[in-house]
Design a protein around this ligand. Sequence first.
Ligand code: GRG
Length: 304
Amino acid sequence: MNAMVVPFQDWLPACIEKIEGALDRALPPADEIPAMLHQAMRYAALGAGKRLRAALVYAAGHASAQQIVLPSALEHTLSRAAVAVELIHAYSLIHDDLPCMDDDVLRRGKPTVHVQFDEATAMLAGDALQPLAFAQLAQMSVAPALVVQAVNVLAQAAGSQGMVGGQAIDLASVNTQLDPEQLQFMHRLKTGALIEASVQLGAIVTAANSDIRMALENYGSAIGLAFQVVDDILDVTADQQALGKTPGKDAADNKPTYVSVMGLEQSREFAQQLHEAALDAIKPLGEPACRLREVADLIIHRKS
Ligand code: GRG
């Protein structure tokens, strides 16, 4: 690898710092009226989270632009796309935690938004984060046709044929049996769609050609599913208390998970296969895809 390449253990924290700053600038100030709503939005979106989706936007940007060091104008545009994805993700977590859904009291190691504020504020904070995400895409300094593509990709991923649809299937599957195919369909929508969109946004912003777009779509689809398989494995193996999560909540709710449907060993093997499929997909992209390889490794080997 080129001597100028920043090691991943430095690149990722720099990414996190960049996205944190960009989110801070994108969110309305905490004292702007309606102050409680803006405080709740900031509480949900800032200061925690692994920022894996943001990292995927930047990593896909490197691979697609075929550059390990990106020009600052491109970095800035990728930040808008990364903020958009993280805002949609933050909204989904607020709503997922509400009493009418998973009824969780802890998220990212602190009280959930409806506990810290109140239920109506939590709902509105989630509602308000969504248009803010699309406004970020509208402000990207790229050709208008690319903005339209980006809006379309994020809207599809977030809507009823993506994340919200997956959530609906998940809620309907409580106390039911899903076969592995049905479970996969649900997770491709619920968690995979936004992860895939993160990768695609990096490609769109950098005006990738169709070969690169296809490689990144295959990578995104494998790693999006792998994320959920690993999440289900961690749900039964990790120290949940240390993560600020409710231990084995899905199992306790009688929601099907990869581990409950396939067993722990087969789930581990499946995660490994998906990891390999993701790496194979981006092999033709060479060294500029190193960040995507590293983020894939992180998703597979993460402990939280
Ligand atoms: C309520 C519209 C709506 C959608 C909810 C994605 C989702 C759909 C809910 C999240 C529920 C959940 C905990 C799913 C398991 C996988 C997952 C998305 C975990 C959270 O993502 P991380 O680990 O979170 O990337 P951080 O906090 O690091 O950003």
